[in-house]
Design a protein around this ligand. Structure first.
Ligand code: FMN
Length: 310
């Protein structure tokens, strides 16, 4: 069977297919090379682990807790720092036959700008901004919870790089649309949605919060309906500006991925599902190709935002 082409254009970056492996779930790419049968060319892009200016040791253990149909994590952005990633890790992965997206985080607006400036002078194809981090100068509320602080971060990154910027939105807000509008005005080129939902798990035998950090981010199948709604709402704001969305949150099959494309995503992200099956990215890409044939669509982006009753 002759499959329609799977490539998509994500804010000027040509992806071989719409499947993106998500930040924190694919390390810095190198770990995947040890997995039998994994082919870097089988996924459109890999988002690297969240990177801050200085190295971070992360949160105290336990850092993971399984929940019904979900995973809670409180890794705390453990990473070796931007300079180490750029000088030591990127030279080893830059040649891989997929796109690489840096994922940056910070405690202040200035830190985001500084990390973006360092990655601007590196081989990554795009810079994704994780705005779910606490703003230490403004009482610890997440940058992504407020349009003004979200815009400040995007502006600082925009001034620091000419690479495409992907703003990764937090679902922990009443309405994602004003945040998205502020990010568009500040110059974002794309969106990723959603990041994890804040949650908690309790051990009744020991009467303790399970995570060392008490609270963590919920991901996996449990969050998919929330993620779909946020992507659908986001599409209403982003589409008039032709700004693409990497839809994500609980995707574990081609059917899940297609739901996000129909709701308005241009590409789809797979995170937690990789822990069960590291080869799932290529399986999802193959399933999307089959759907295109069956439904007579000429290419992937012909699906984007085509819900018939939206
Ligand atoms: C263990 C773990 C670590 C993560 N680390 C990051 C990170 O460093 N930066 C970030 O933006 N998102 C991070 N995420 C969020 C994922 O990239 C993704 O947006 C989220 O988990 C929803 O997708 P999923 O349900 O397919 O996992 C992490 C998620 C998990 C499970």
């Amino acid at each position: 069977m002759n499959h329609p082409p799977l490539h998509v254009n994500l804010a000027g970056i040509a992806l071989a297919n719409p499947v993106v492996l998500l930040s924190g779930c694919a390390g810095f790419g190198e770990e995947l090379a040890n997995i039998q049968g994994f082919d870097f060319a089988s996924v459109g892009a890999i988002c690297l682990k969240g990177t801050t200016l200085e190295p971070r040791r992360g949160n105290p253990p336990p850092r993971l807790a399984e929940t019904p149909a979900g995973l809670l994590n409180a890794i705390g952005l453990q990473n070796p720092g931007a300079r180490y990633v750029i000088e030591q890790i990127l030279p080893r992965i830059a040649h891989l036959p997929t796109r690489l997206i840096a994922n940056i985080a910070g405690s202040t607006v200035a830190e985001y700008g500084e990390v973006a400036r360092l990655f601007d002078d590196s081989p990554v194809d795009a810079i994704e901004i994780n705005i779910s981090c606490p703003n230490v100068k403004e009482g610890g509320a997440a940058f992504g919870a407020d349009p003004h602080s979200a815009a400040q971060v995007v502006t600082a990154v925009r001034q620091a790089t000419s690479k495409p910027i992907i703003t990764k939105l937090s679902p922990n807000v009443t309405d994602i649309r004003p945040i998205a509008t502020a990010a568009i005005d500040a110059g974002t080129n794309a969106f990723a949605a959603i990041n994890t939902l804040m949650g908690m798990a309790v051990d009744i035998d020991n009467r303790r919060a399970i995570l060392g950090n008490k609270q963590g981010g919920l991901s996996g199948a449990a969050i998919k309906p929330v993620a779909l709604l946020k992507v659908w709402q986001l599409y209403q704001v982003a589409n008039p500006h032709a700004i693409p969305i990497i839809g994500q949150g609980g995707i574990g099959s081609a059917t899940d991925a297609i739901e996000f494309l129909l709701a308005g995503a241009t590409a789809v992200g797979v995170g937690t599902a990789l822990f069960q099956n590291p080869l799932i990215g290529s399986e999802i890409a193959a399933g999307i190709a089959q759907y295109l044939v069956k439904q007579n669509f000429p290419y992937v982006s012909a699906l984007t935002g085509t819900l018939q009753n939206a």
